[in-house]
Design a protein around this ligand. Sequence first.
Ligand code: TXA
Ligand code: MG
Length: 337
Amino acid sequence: MKTKILKIDPLDFDEKDLIEACNVIKSGGLVAFPTETVYGLGASAFKENAVDNIFKVKGRAKDNPLIVHVDSFEKLLEIAEVDEKYFEAINKLTPGPVTFVLKQKVNLPKNVTAGLKTVGVRIPAHPVARKLCKCAGLIAAPSANLSGKPSPTDSQAVIEDLFGKIDFIIDAGSSEFGLESTIIDLTSEIPIILRPGPITIEQLESIFGKVEIPQFVIDASSVENPKAPGMKYRHYAPEKPVYRFNEVQREKVIKKAISENGVFICPEEHKKFYPDDRIMILGKLSEPYSIAQNLFKVLREFDRSNFKVAFIEAFEEKGILLSVMNRLKKASVEVEL
Ligand code: TXA
Ligand code: MG
């Protein structure tokens, strides 16, 4: 298949620049598009065959539902039931990097929701994503990567995984957050966090009061019966091995890395600890959102590099770094020394 790539300046574009991509979606094709979290692979949420193609192209398990993207709160209310007590909170958080799991109001094709009675809905803030939803209607979209690979945070990553397999790629530069949206289930009395993300647990607690944090959100290995079906699969992982380690293991890990052609993935502030020629920088500890922004990008850079193995420092699980660790625990294993 021929894949068309369209470059767009997200700060300076016209609605008509998106007409072709919009028509591709309306006629049942697949379009990779930028959002502020990661790039999405979109199909019309009402076209069952197009949605089927998303699963085929990604190699995605059928029991893993997709997020439906809409451009406004009004549209969200058309497809989902929302308890009025949550209206204010939703309006505070949207548009933005958060997905709400809600009771389904309309009958979406079964493959969108994996047969669940709920639906994940997101109102993205990225101007291109929103305009595309405005034009094409409801867009069902997972991240635009092959299943199991790190989510794409720029068009290069999308091209690497999906070029020749989808109709269209909109390239609007790098994603602002670099981590998938926070998912919060609003179908029970107390909101439940299903996936930590750019909106932190601390922020959610300040907006919702009490929230439930299931064990699998913190401890990636306890995913026996996760409520977000996607959380149980191997995820975010490069082809090559990635080991995570703690400060106290640093000296031993340096020896191991040198003997195994390894590279260190670390924040700017810690590069002084490692050999100059074995470093990939992951943002700054003093600006923790920069670490989230670079995580998937650097994991892909490692895959393209000549290094055989990567060693990455574990972070304290607070704020955005808790979300980073959630992904990292799935992409890596603890080093054995
Ligand atoms: O930031 C994001 O959320 C990106 C952009 C493209 O919007 N999308 C994304 O989609 O990360 P995906 O498919 O990679 O992850 C969606 C997650 C999966 O873990 C899935 O199980 C969960 O959302 N999910 C979707 N609908 C659900 C539902 N009704 N109940 C529980 N979990 C749901
Ligand atoms: Mg994904």
